[in-house]
Design a protein around this ligand. Structure first.
Ligand code: DNO
Ligand code: MN
Length: 368
């Protein structure tokens, strides 16, 4: 298991590379050029700049999250070929700079959606919260009205430019079914995966979050059966999954441990975090500790250990602790605590072993 940490870039993150370097076992950053709109080709100089910066702090840039997919590709519009061309050239350049894994998602219009970014918890911390009744049954055009009325309804992927186009986007998706989305995803994979394969890059799709359709928009990467179908769409080691325990865990029917076993070898990137799911379907992002939420984090780490997982892993989101002001879900403290919990579990499964041997095993996996 190779631990990495998401970093949004200089001036765009409250956490510094110096701080990241001090978290035990973190070897690299998970990064992106966040100022570039989806669909644009990433300039080589900007990629090199990030590499030099990370290098100076002894961190690598092997994992990118995300190279976002332009809506025209998800919609299957004729203009998609141009955006796919840009995507391919970005993959080639990233490979040249040493990138090994590219995370992306295929969710129409929105990335992760929550109804509250700072929900107070009993211990005084705050966390990301999803309240079913605020979203369920909300018609997309009603949503646009709600957003205009309530400025706190804002999330990643809800950039002002995008909000302006929201009505047009909802119109464009009006007749797009889940099957259309599958076909458009296959078209994208058939074009991009052979290039990734040729350059030794592993593409890793992120599950939909939450893993069910919202605002009348289809969402297809939601459960074990869908991921089976996804992997078969284009059968290649370069066509993989970012297995996010928090996203999938919002649906208690998802057997995440079963997925780790079934999809072993096709999971280049693991997002590990916990969520507490309430009876009415609401959920809140808790600490990583198994007993704090509904997801069996201990069992998940054990499943990775047992399957000889050698991929990258990150703690994904965390709560906001100790008064920290940060990007919602992306503070330093709770993610660092999460990492120590993950390492604690991993090392315990690995058992006692001589320090020398442990050092040699860069991926930390020992068979006992
Ligand atoms: C949620 C996060 C996501 C993720 C993107 C990947 O669990 O990990 O925001 O970054 O969906 O494209
Ligand atoms: Mn995730």
């Amino acid at each position: 298991m190779r631990m990495v940490f998401r970093w949004f870039g200089e001036g765009n993150d409250t956490v510094s590379l110096e701080q990241i370097k001090q978290i035990p076992g973190v070897e690299g950053i998970v990064w992106a050029l966040h100022d570039l709109p989806a669909g644009e080709e990433w300039p080589m100089e900007r990629i090199e700049e990030m590499r030099r910066l990370a290098d100076r702090h002894g961190l690598h840039i092997e994992v990118v999250e995300s190279v976002n997919v332009h809506e025209d590709i998800k919609l299957g519009l004729p203009t998609r070929d141009r955006y796919i061309g840009n995507y391919i050239r970005t993959v080639e350049k990233l490979a040249k700079a040493g990138v090994k894994v590219i995370c992306y998602n295929f969710m129409p219009v929105f990335d992760w959606v929550r109804t509250e970014l700072h929900k107070p918890m009993e211990d005084g911390s705050t966390a990301l919260f999803f309240e079913q009744s605020k979203i369920r049954g909300v018609d997309p055009f009603e949503l646009v009205r709600l957003i205009n009325e309530n400025s706190t309804l804002t999330m990643p992927g809800w950039e002002p430019e995008r909000l302006e186009h929201l009505t047009a986007l909802f119109e464009a998706y009006r007749n797009v079914t889940a099957e259309d989305l599958w076909a458009n995803l296959k078209y994208f994979l058939d074009a991009v995966i052979p290039v990734a394969e040729e350059h030794g890059v592993l593409m890793a799709v992120h599950p939909d979050d939450p893993p069910w359709p919202i605002f009348g928009l289809p969402r297809i990467l939601t459960d074990q059966e869908n991921f089976r179908r996804f992997l078969a769409l284009h059968d290649s080691p370069s066509n993989g999954i970012t297995l996010c325990s928090g996203s999938l865990g919002a649906n208690p029917d998802n057997d995440i441990i079963g997925m780790i076993h079934e999809f072993s070898g096709r999971i280049p990137f693991a997002h590990i975090r916990n969520v507490k799911v309430y009876e009415n379907g609401d959920f809140i992002e808790t600490s990583h500790r198994t007993s704090d939420g509904s997801v069996d984090i201990r069992g998940i780490v054990k499943a990775y250990y047992d399957t000889g997982f050698k991929g990258y892993c990150r703690p994904d989101h965390g709560r906001h602790l100790w008064g920290e002001i940060c990007r919602p879900g992306y503070g330093l403290y709770d993610r660092a605590l999460g990492i120590m919990y993950l390492w604690g579990l991993w090392d315990a499964f690995a058992g006692r072993r001589p320090a020398e041997q442990a050092r040699k095993e860069a991926d930390g996996h020992v068979t006992t």
